[in-house]
Design a protein around this ligand. Structure first.
Ligand SMILES: Cc1ncc(COP(=O)(O)O)c(C=O)c1O
Length: 482
């Protein structure tokens, strides 16, 4: 089931999105229905939006009420809307079959469903150092509560150096960033609470909102106009009173959008004033490839206004399961209680290695950024050369390209055609509420050059198979997307 969403669209807003209806052949109601379907599949209209009353939309569009009623009926018949008692007509996307390709541990398979690089070269030395320190800890019971004190101190010091003064008791160590997000949402959400999310967004965040009883309230993100999300978020916060916002201000996954310094200050302050607690995912915050660092989203606000989650998976390695939460100390204590109900502690050796890596993180990041910059440029150049009808952005950071596919190529079909060729991808719909974004494909640039060349080669072949009419949709299982 796609995550539940709650949002209203006014007649005027929908009329603006629909724009002028050009009816060359066929009925006007069908043109309106097709246009709404297109808005849904590209994510400009969220699944779960309450549509305006027929009469109001008819007036806003200058159409008859019968035309709008017929368009709504068409949308219901194609699975793009349903009528809910007391809620009017609510948009939906037809239930998706396979959203992500099957997982593979086969070394012959090229996995671009995961936006993650090989380990940073400093990792093995950090573990050697950790191993040398381990005997000083083995006499105790090995459970470290909210985290090893030296790791909590290293994390706090890094926030302080980035302009966000932090005490170690404001830090909770977790088994990765996803674990941090999950424990935060589990603690904060009551069933039915609304959660403002960027759209598109990180699929596991959508899943975590759903798992903890929340309802997603999507606001569109546009990497070309990153601060446009502010107005949309303000409006959504005023209209729908979300309890929490989940944001990735630096290099949002998958779009790579980055809020400006002024934009993030404004958004952070407004959400706080409107009583919305912002969960800030910073896992890619220091992966800027053009430009430099910007102040953390949480800087300048009271500590109770935000909860920041982050970790070392993107900077160092996904196999080092170390993440954390930074929040005000009372909330951290509460989060620690929730975390310990499911796991007593995080591994000591990993925490010791993480401490060494965080103390030396600038060197790790310098190297990581240089490699990612090269790979981003290479993948973009290869795509421009081999797939010139794709629209490929140039994100200023992060790990992925959020590509717009040509109109005759859906990402579900492309991903399905790529899997048998040995290329595993996450299709666009994974990043939308109600599975929008079939016109997009996220392509991580995290692999070495030879693999990126091979990936583009396979994409060319998969595209040809789809256009040649190959069966686009073999059965498969869901794959977690990172
Ligand atoms: C935005 C975002 N948050 C969290 C995660 C998960 O990170 P971790 O491996 O540290 O749990 C990812 C992984 O892709 C991510 O992109």
């Amino acid at each position: 089931m796609p995550p539940r969403v709650e949002q209203s669209t006014s007649a005027q807003e929908l009329a603006t999105l629909v724009g002028p209806l050009e009816v060359v052949t066929g009925a006007r109601y069908l043109a309106l229905a097709r246009r709404v379907q297109e808005l849904l599949s590209t994510g400009r209209l969220a699944a779960g939006s309450r549509l305006p009353a027929e009469r109001e939309l008819a007036t806003a569009l200058g159409l008859s009420r019968v035309t709008v009623a017929s368009a709504y009926r068409e949308l219901r018949e194609t699975g793009h809307a349903s009528t809910r008692h007391g809620s009017g007509t609510v948009t939906e996307l037809p239930e998706a079959g396979v959203v992500w390709g099957p997982p593979s541990t086969d070394p012959g398979v090229l996995d671009l469903a995961h936006a993650a690089s090989e380990a940073a070269p400093q990792l093995t030395d950090a573990y050697r150092e950790a191993l040398a320190m381990l005997p000083a800890y083995t006499g105790g019971h090995g459970y470290t509560g909210s985290g090893l004190p030296e790791l909590r101190a290293a994390i706090a010091d890094r926030y302080t150096a980035r302009g966000l003064p932090t005490d170690p008791d404001q830090v909770l160590v977790t088994a990765g960033t996803g674990d941090a997000t999950d424990v935060v949402l589990e603690t904060l959400l009551q069933p039915g609470d609304r959660v403002l999310v960027e759209h598109p967004t990180y699929p596991s965040a959508l899943a975590a909102v759903e798992a903890h009883g929340g309802r997603c309230l999507p606001v569109p993100v546009d990497a070309d106009d990153p601060d446009a999300v502010i107005g949309a978020a303000q409006l959504a916060a005023r209209q729908s009173s979300p309890r929490v916002a989940f944001l990735m201000p630096d290099f949002s996954n998958p779009t790579g959008a980055r809020l400006t310094a002024a934009g993030r200050r404004r958004l952070a302050a407004t959400l706080w004033q409107q009583g919305v607690l912002t969960v800030v995912d910073e896992v890619s915050a220091e992966l800027y490839l053009d430009g430099g660092p910007l102040p953390p989203f949480a800087a300048g606000l009271p500590d109770a206004a935000t909860v920041t989650v982050s970790g070392l998976s993107k900077a160092v390695w996904g196999g080092l399961r170390i993440g954390w939460v930074r929040a005000d100390a009372p909330l951290v204590a509460q989060l620690g209680d929730v975390l310990r109900r499911r796991q007593l502690s995080v591994g000591v050796l990993d925490q010791l290695a993480a401490t060494a890596l965080i103390r030396d993180l600038d060197a790790v990041l310098d190297q990581r950024r240089a490699t990612l910059r090269e790979r981003r440029d290479l993948l973009r150049a290869e795509l421009a050369r081999r797939l010139p009808d794709w629209t490929v952005p140039c994100p200023a950071g992060g790990l992925s390209l959020w590509c717009t596919l040509p109109p005759d190529l859906g990402s579900a079909a492309l991903v399905a055609a790529a899997a048998p060729l040995g290329l595993v991808l996450a299709e666009g719909r994974a990043f939308g509420t109600g599975h929008a974004f079939d016109d997009h494909l996220r392509l991580p640039f995290t692999r070495p050059a030879d693999q990126l060349h091979r990936a583009v080669d396979l994409l060319v072949r998969a595209g040809a198979a789809v256009r040649g009419g190959a069966d686009p949709r073999p059965a498969g299982r869901a794959l977690a997307v990172v």
